[in-house]
Design a protein around this ligand. Sequence first.
Ligand SMILES: Nc1ncnc2c1ncn2[C@@H]1O[C@H](COP(=O)(O)OP(=O)(O)OP(=O)(O)O)[C@@H](O)[C@H]1O
Length: 317
Amino acid sequence: MVRLCVICNKERAIVKRPKTGQQVCRECFYYVFETEIHNTITDNKLFKKGDKVAIAASGGKDSTVFAYVMKLLNQRYQYGLDLFLLSIDEGITGYRDDSLETVKRNQQQYDLPLKIVSYSELYGWSMDQIVKEVGLKNNCTFCGVFRRQALDRGAVILDVDHIVTGHNADDIAETVLMNILRGDIARLPRCTEICTTGDGSIRRSKLFKYTYEKEIVMYAYFKKLDYFSTECIYSPNAYRGHVRTFIKDLESIRPSAIIDIIHSGEAFEIKEGVKLPVQGVCKRCGYMSSNELCKACMLLEGLNRGLPKLGIGKIFK
Ligand SMILES: Nc1ncnc2c1ncn2[C@@H]1O[C@H](COP(=O)(O)OP(=O)(O)OP(=O)(O)O)[C@@H](O)[C@H]1O
């Protein structure tokens, strides 16, 4: 028996949506997928006409699908946005160099200007060099801290108002759980926000907050989008990977687990009187920081002094 799409009731259902379990046809899947992003944009009044927006593009599935959908929605709903692709070259041979080739093809395919900023030019260190110093265990800390700041610096170069990233619902659920597991109450409320303001006036948004990774993969597959699918060669031991596996296991028995974790993260409130770090600026580079020196400057100082573990709380090499 042919099962019809539960949305249009005309076409044959070929997709079971991982998020809702609905059986839908291909066109209706595209439509609901894209409309959820559009609703996130309009419900949160994220943009105004003329805004300059940088799409943080790594060449992976999330940011590739994201760039495609942003371009499409900008045209379909006439947001009037000036879109750019912004890529960070962390200097990971055999991984980022290949994925940047994908971004360069995406630039042609989507006809968007591309800016690439590298760790070597910003910090004087590539991830290949950092891993040689720190090993595989803590290198993700360096990469994450440097990337966050590098995206802001790239945004300043491009003179954009807003950075949008391809973080999806699975990523956000992972971050909620990691913050709970580490007892990081300062980060917990912020990690579920769709839009935050970073350094200066540049806003940062996660428009895939409610989009399941499995649906992103399906969308990319059906649309035959050109993306790079290899995992980072330096992250085999990352704590996040274990949390990801745990959430995937939960999702297989209860698909709503991902959205439930996000909702739990949103529901936490910090008790009155709890002391939180006060946001200031780094005395060395001027980037936002709750300490005298920002995390990136701490890590960099450790690297430059030959004590790479200094910034991660360990003084000896
Ligand atoms: N090198 C980079 N340059 C620009 N943006 C990046 C880079 N790495 C990550 N990002 C941004 O951060 C988001 C989340 O990064 P993460 O490392 O979780 O990658 P991911 O889940 O593999 O996503 P993607 O599939 O887009 O690579 C990406 O979707 C992208 O918007």
